[in-house]
Write a protein that binds this ligand. Structure first.
Ligand code: PEP
Ligand code: CO
Length: 466
């Protein structure tokens, strides 16, 4: 492919629909253009899901993370589903993220920016447009935003009405999350509110409880000296999703009185997936014009020559907090793929937040064809990411994880050393395998341990069944 010149990429006027001038990968085929247009018009009338001041507040926090004053924890489902828009699923996911952020805040001694992959993570890129079973081919499942997972022609039809349902489910999720974190649920004095039932049985429980006790002691000590301290009963939570389906994103792109420019108000922090990050593609065109903080997934095939023009287009003004690069290289390739990128960005003096996604480069299939990830590989990638940034003089400012608060067995290994046969027990993911609660906390503890220079053995050296 010929590289377009930077001038040609940015000279045309940007509008929320100017992405139509470029090739949009990973979009569904809607059979009826009128039906699509009607759904987009209806969506454009509905209230936004987030506000511009929240979006700008997050951008400021990400700017602070870029200079080492904060750390980003971004996590959640690979794909949310309408069926999982339920109280326990949402609150358990929140609990895991809160517990991880507690471990990180305590260990890193800096504020954590909490960003969920939720309230809108309903669209998925697929490796093939169609799926074939027993000689029957149907359109691939692209996430609940587009079609249904069942293998029938009716379910797999791309249905524009699903955009309206996704907006409603995002709003329901958001409403519950906002209510929970605003009213005591996230109170640092009462971490027992967000204990999951199986914490007690976890091999990590002792270390976790000790940390919680230490935080409680410090809080009580400070309040004894200074009186009640406000702000500990709340937690800020932001939302993010892969902004894949551009018709949906466009319909929620709005102008706001007193704030110049356009905001994507479907989420605080949209990202471009690895498969749709081409410099001359429709996604990059759409993203360059919105004022949100944005992220891009960077895989092992990205070269410095490809990355620098992408940064120029997406953050032409070198604005603080604007651009996050999420590297997802795989444990076997990060050692060769990441250092040249870090060196080039540092040499050019470009402002980015580097975040590690140790999940998506480490997906494999078991002998029975199930998608899984080995915890050791996830841990190894994160471990190397921390070392590589330290060696290059750059900063790893966050992590991006796929996790759930449910007691699933989807990734192998971890504190309970889950084996291939364990995967049958509780494998629920419709798309990528997620870390369960223990595996998530273990990663948070790894980050803390490494950052404090106490790398090495994990805390327990647990054996199966312990
Ligand atoms: C994802 O985050 O679920 C995903 C598809 O990631 P990537 O674009 O990095 O492959
Ligand atoms: Co995924």
């Amino acid at each position: 492919m010929n590289q377009p010149s930077l001038a040609s990429m940015t000279s045309d006027t940007w509008m929320p629909d100017s992405w139509h001038r470029r090739t949009a990968l990973q979009q569904p085929h809607y059979e009826n253009a009128d039906e699509l247009a009607a759904a987009c018009r209806a969506l454009a009338q509905l209230p936004p899901l987030v506000t511009s001041w929240e979006v700008l507040g997050l951008k400021q926090m990400l700017a602070e993370a870029q200079v080492g004053q904060r750390f980003l924890l971004q996590g959640g489902e690979c794909a949310e589903s309408f069926a999982d828009c339920q109280s326990p699923v949402i609150s358990n996911r929140l609990k895991v993220l809160l517990q991880m952020s507690l471990v990180l805040v305590h260990g890193l001694q800096k504020p954590i920016i909490r960003v969920g992959r939720f309230a809108g993570q309903y669209a998925k890129p697929r490796s093939s447009d169609t799926e074939t079973r027993d000689g029957v081919s149907l359109p691939s499942f692209r996430g609940d935003l587009v079609n249904g997972p069942e293998f029938t022609a009716a379910a797999r039809r791309a249905d524009p009405q699903r955009m309206l349902q996704a907006h409603a489910h995002s709003a329901l999720t958001m409403n519950f999350v906002r209510a929970l974190v605003d009213d005591g649920f996230a109170d640092l004095r009462h971490p027992e509110y967000w204990n999951l039932a199986w914490v007690e049985r976890s091999p990590l429980a002792a270390e976790y409880r000790q940390m919680v006790r230490a935080i409680g002691d410090s809080l009580r000590f400070m309040e004894m000296l200074a009186g009640p301290i406000g702000g500990f009963n709340k937690a800020d939570f932001f939302t993010s999703h892969e902004a894949l389906l551009l018709d949906y994103e466009q319909a929620l792109t709005r102008q706001i009185p007193r704030h110049p420019g356009w905001f994507n108000l479907s989420t605080h922090f949209p990202w471009i997936g690895m498969r749709t990050a081409a410099l001359d593609g429709a996604h990059v065109e759409y993203f360059r014009g919105i004022r949100n903080p944005i992220a891009v997934k960077i895989g092992p095939s990205v070269t410095p020559q490809a990355l620098l023009p992408l940064i120029d287009v997406l953050n032409a003004e070198d604005e603080p907090g604007r651009l996050t690069l999420i590297h997802r290289m795989g444990h076997a390739r990060i050692g060769t793929a990441l250092p040249p990128l870090l060196a080039a960005v540092k040499r050019e003096g470009r402002r980015v937040l580097w975040v590690a996604d140790p999940m998506h480069g480490n997906t494999e299939s078991t002998s029975s064809g199930r998608k899984t990830r080995r915890f050791d590989n996830i841990r190894a990638e994160l471990d190397q990411a921390l070392d590589i940034h330290a060696a290059e003089g750059t900063r790893l400012g966050g992590v991006h994880l796929e996790l759930t608060g449910e007691d699933v067995t989807e990734c192998m290994g971890g504190a309970r050393d889950l084996s291939e046969s364990d995967l049958d027990r509780a494998y629920k993911s419709m798309v990528d395998p997620r870390l369960n609660y223990e595996q998530s906390l273990e990663l948070a503890m790894l980050i803390v341990r490494k950052s404090r220079g106490k790398a090495g053995a994990m805390p327990h050296g647990l054996t199966r069944g312990s």
